[in-house]
Design a protein around this ligand. Sequence first.
Ligand SMILES: C[S@@+](CC[C@H](N)C(=O)[O-])C[C@H]1O[C@@H](n2cnc3c(N)ncnc32)[C@H](O)[C@@H]1O
Length: 335
Amino acid sequence: METSSEVVLTGCDALADDVRRGLQRSPKRLQPRYLYDALGSRLFEAICELPEYPITRAELNLLAAHSVAISAGVASPLTLVELGGGNGEKLALLVVALVDAGVDLRVELVDVSATALELATRKLARFPQVSVAGHQATYEDGLRRIARQRAAEGRAGGMMVAFLGSNIGNLEPSAARLFLVSIRAALRIDDRIVLGTDLVKPESELVAAYDDPLGVTAAFNKNLLVRLNRELGANFTLDGFAHRAVWNAAESRVEMHLESLRTQRVSIPGSGCEVAFAAGESIWTESSYKYERAGLVAWGTDLGLARHDQWVDEEAGFAVTAFDAVGFRPGSSPS
Ligand SMILES: C[S@@+](CC[C@H](N)C(=O)[O-])C[C@H]1O[C@@H](n2cnc3c(N)ncnc32)[C@H](O)[C@@H]1O
């Protein structure tokens, strides 16, 4: 197996600026991608094992059962891209189906987390015939780079972009739509997108999935403060903040917050700022939007994507939808 990796993040500087800007906003906000340092990526793996978080198991089952149908008809050679793939376990299921079908495969992994890239690269090492490249980058930067390389090399064949785990749910709907437009713009006709999305379900199940009794998700959320202390020299006290998960039905999203338990000031030297918190004020660290299955298909169709097929785990409330790139409709072309 050939492997390579490159870092296209600006690293600590982006974190420092984003933290300063995000904590000056009202409400205070930090981007969810900062949850995934080395420990955050491991804690997310632990979340996937929790009984209250069934969506990883549901998506793995859907991919295991339908990987042949999901990848049916793709061109060979194929560039298989996964955006924010974590440990690569799900991608490996698609790789098995493609390798078995004799597709000449090249895998491009995009993830902000070096730990995730390492885990996924290790997971794919069992396919010696597949070349794997890792890009430590945001979704947008990684995808742009891969599309540019594909064009510059005049690479023949198809592309399939996997955006699984309901990662798209971490984007605001307007940003998610724009991002789908940019994925579509990176594709050629007949290329494919495979989208994993969590669906709307009863509030008690949604909240439990983000606030488990063992406190693993709380640790995942609070680890962001540990990261800011380590990387920016901040002085957050962990017992001064509490993990909160709330279902916002009007916006169809679960919000994760870190709520200040008292009036306090926190110094963040790496961001050159000091931040005041009122008791009860929170830092909004993640949104996870939940979708309706029919809405997803309509959304894709509107962006120049034709539904290839959709598979749903009704019990867990999770959908995998595959789209093929077709022509843009007037008015939906990215500009
Ligand atoms: C919720 S985990 C899901 C992992 C995997 N897709 C799954 O279904 O198990 C999100 C993954 O995306 C990565 N990630 C989060 N935000 C990102 C961003 N803006 N750009 C690139 N990667 C991101 C994280 O490091 C993590 O590996």
